[in-house]
Design a binder for this molecule. Structure first.
Ligand SMILES: [Zn+2]
Length: 311
């Protein structure tokens, strides 16, 4: 399995257009040692020349055009190597990119029933995907057991890879309707994703609220873990003057503190662990900061755009 991180920042990217926090201002001035980052987007390839996206970021169009592997086959009109999209939440940052994929192209969308409903019923604009012939095909994403994905033409062949969702104790995006909240559970609106191929497991959770403990088992079992690195501290956003909401209120476990991710992460987990979905205010983006050093010394890698991993 090959995996590419096409974008590694949280919503707004880094630097963010309306932000003059220490990181964003320092990056613009050229005084901060860091890399610019687009909004979080992951892709994986279970077999050569077939790719699946995890999330559909607002930067998806440019992320696709900058990746040579995603170029459509000139010999096979209308065939893109992108076969489908796994959606791990109904958040604007992980679904907005679907609108970039609206050019009469059929593909699979893997989503929980709640996310599917959010896109079909709450937001009519996503019906633009139905213009494709055949239309976009929805596949159920469930935590009730792993589901096999068959890519072989040979009907007797075993599944190419398996997938299941992991409840991460998510929260509703604040723009969902009351009616939607009444008729769904928050657990289905933000999920982690567990992929499995040849006994190797990848756990992906760009949003981790910490309200459920299920993610710990998934992190323990995985060979590669891509995890929520949005905020360093709970009150980080209050310093920007744009919102008083805490990291926890926004559904993200901060990295630091006794209840934070670094403390909560299972000590017996063996897999490679990478932080992504990093907010522009997070001091780990500053490659000369103590926080940056702390996460590296704790054995984490910090994702950057273009990072490629073979498993
Ligand atoms: Zn900023």
């Amino acid at each position: 399995m090959r995996l590419k991180i096409l974008g590694s920042a949280a919503g707004g990217g880094f630097p963010q257009w309306n932000c003059s926090c220490r990181n964003c201002a320092g990056f613009r001035a050229g005084t901060l040692r860091s890399k610019s980052r687009t909004q979080t987007q992951i892709a994986f390839s279970p077999v050569p020349e077939v790719w699946f996206l995890v999330g559909a970021s607002p930067d998806l169009r440019s992320q696709i055009t900058m990746t040579p592997e995603f170029a459509p086959d000139p010999q096979n009109l209308g065939r893109s190597p992108i076969a489908g999209v796994f959606l791990s939440s109904a958040d604007v940052d992980s679904v907005m990119g679907l609108l970039h994929l609206r050019e009469f192209q059929s593909f699979f969308v893997f989503a929980t029933p709640a996310v599917e409903r959010f896109l079909k019923k709450e937001n009519r604009i996503f019906r633009v995907l139905d213009r494709a012939d055949p239309p976009v095909q929805w596949q159920m994403l469930s935590s009730r057991g792993r589901i096999g994905c068959h890519l072989s033409e040979n009907h007797g062949a075993p599944p190419t890879f398996f997938y299941r969702s992991i409840p991460v104790g998510g929260s509703y995006p604040d723009y969902t309707s009351e009616e939607f909240r009444r008729s769904t559970t928050a657990d289905e609106v933000t999920v982690g994703l567990l992929l499995e191929q040849d006994n190797r497991k990848i756990f992906i959770a760009p949003s981790l609220s910490g309200r459920s403990r299920e993610w710990i088992k998934a992190a323990q079992s995985a060979d590669l873990v891509l995890l929520d690195g949005t905020f360093w501290s709970d009150d980080e956003l209050s310093q920007t003057g744009r919102t008083q909401k805490t990291a926890t209120e926004l559904g993200h476990l901060p990295l630091s503190g006794p209840e934070g991710l670094l403390e909560q992460y299972p000590k017996n987990a063996k897999g490679r662990k990478i932080l992504l979905h990093i907010n522009n205010t997070n001091p780990i983006l500053d490659e000369e900061s103590a926080e940056h050093r702390t996460v590296l010394e704790a054995g984490y890698e910090i994702a950057y755009d273009g990072m490629t991993i073979d498993l």
